[in-house]
Design a protein around this ligand. Structure first.
Ligand code: PLP
Length: 437
């Protein structure tokens, strides 16, 4: 029995798996047991924003480990405070405090709890085509098929359609029209659910793993206005896009919008030590100024994780990572992926922003039928299986989700490595095309 078989694997059928064993990494590459280097073209699960083994993060963790490895959240910690200061400094106005968690889903649980305790209302609205995590509240709020197996229908979650021009729920043909109709739809949902029953709207500022969907200009501002009008807490889920992924520090910055609560994880420290959190707006902070916040975690604000955040955010400032991410989108990934669509029939849509892109694969560009159906396994999954195999053979780790190839390399990937990655995708996509002929 191999050692990997002793591990119970999330989201997977258990048993023998055919995956590489990685033992090392450097920059945009991971290295397997045989010493082969693989270009990490999805930043693992879109979290190694600064690549692997970044010296600033590794050093920060080591120095903190030498000083004090761990500390309960009830005590004050210099490194925890410094991480909070650096996070608040780059966050939208009015988000003055940080609750630290150990990841994204836990942070969503807390944001929803804070909202409900703040305004005393039960329901939370979340978009179809969203992912918010796999613990109870987060998975119920998730708006894609990953929810189905866990849905008890009892979490006060109500789903609505966000703007998505490629598969518009509203039949619109321009981003402006899509924006207007999506906001009118959300307002209808709020009014018909009853505004006094709606605690929060939870929204990925740019939808990540459920499709890489960039909202049209003005949509986030429209959501902000609707929430303000009805006393609803606006929770921005920035777990996947926060800390530079889209070419701004946060996705909401594209619309210059400040949510009431902002949830982050992943990019805050490139995932070197598990860390997430909730940036808390001042009115909600005031709710807990005179009564205790009734929840906590042993490892909230773990010193090693906070040290990694201090190292990562410092490096992002020093290296201009956010501007680099914007350039990655406009100069390299955007044009490069659009060119791929000219060569491959299987590509139905290319979309993204900054360092976060997707190729949506279809059987037919007119009908937009997905190349592989939702939840496909075995033979039905053969096209994406062939694509993945071709990538791995050529030294690239792809991020494939359903019928989409997500392209999200480290934000500091070199131009030549990005070009190599695009060339490998070009060759591997021929394997998927072959299923259409
Ligand atoms: C937008 C979004 N929210 C929440 C989560 C959950 O985060 P975690 O996996 O750290 O629990 C994810 C994870 O991918 C995510 O992409």
């Amino acid at each position: 029995m191999g050692l990997d078989e002793l591990v119970f694997h999330p989201w997977s059928v258990q048993g023998v798996r055919n995956v590489p064993t990685f033992v090392g990494g450097s920059g945009s590459f991971v290295v397997d047991v045989e010493g082969r280097r693989f270009l990490d073209f999805g930043s693992q699960l879109v979290f190694t924003n600064l690549g692997h083994q970044h010296p600033a993060i590794v050093t920060a963790i080591k120095e903190q480990a030498d000083r004090l490895c761990t500390l309960a959240p009830g005590y004050a910690s210099d490194v925890r405070g410094e991480a909070a200061r650096l996070i608040i400094e780059v966050a939208p106005e009015g988000l003055g405090h940080v609750l630290f968690t150990t990841g994204g889903t836990e942070a969503i649980e807390h944001a929803v709890r804070m909202a409900r305790l703040h305004n005393g209302r039960p329901k939370v609205l979340a978009a179809y085509r969203s992912y918010h995590g796999s613990t109870t509240t987060s998975i119920h709020l998730t708006g894609d098929p990953r929810r189905w197996a866990s849905d008890t229908g009892a979490a006060g979650a109500v789903h609505f359609f966000g703007p998505f021009i490629y598969r518009s729920a509203f039949g619109s043909s321009t981003p402006e029209e899509e924006c207007e109709l999506a906001l009118a739809h959300l307002e209808q949902v709020i009014l018909l659910e009853g505004p006094s029953t709606v605690s929060a709207v939870l929204l990925e500022s740019v939808t990540g793993s459920s499709g890489v969907i960039v909202p049209p200009a003005g949509y986030l501002q429209g959501v902000r206005d609707l929430c303000s009008r009805h006393g609803i807490v606006f929770i921005a889920d920035e777990v996947l896009v926060g800390f530079g992924r889209t070419g701004e520090w946060f996705g909401v910055d594209h619309d210059r919008v400040a949510p009431d609560l902002l949830v982050f994880a992943k990019g805050v420290n490139s995932g070197y030590v598990p860390l997430g959190g909730v940036l808390v707006g001042n009115p909600i902070y005031e709710t807990f100024a005179s009564r205790p916040y009734p929840a906590g975690m042993t490892y909230s604000g773990h010193p090693l994780a906070c040290a990694a955040a201090v190292g990562a955010i410092g490096a992002m400032h020093d290296e201009g990572t956010v501007a680099a991410a914007a350039r990655l989108g406009t100069q390299l990934l955007g044009p490069g992926l659009t060119k791929l669509a000219e060569n491959h029939f299987c590509i139905g849509d290319v979309r993204g922003i900054g360092g976060l892109w997707t190729l949506e694969l279809v059987r037919d560009r007119q009908t937009k039928e997905p190349l592989v159906p939702v939840g496909a396994t075995g033979e039905a999954n053969a096209p994406t299986f062939a694509f993945t195999k071709a990538c791995l053979e050529r030294g690239l780790v792809p991020l494939v989700l359903g019928n989409r190839i997500h392209v999200a390399p480290p934000l500091n990937v070199s131009d030549s490595d990005a070009a190599t990655g695009l060339a490998i995708l070009d060759e591997a996509l021929a394997e998927a095309d072959a299923f259409l002929t």
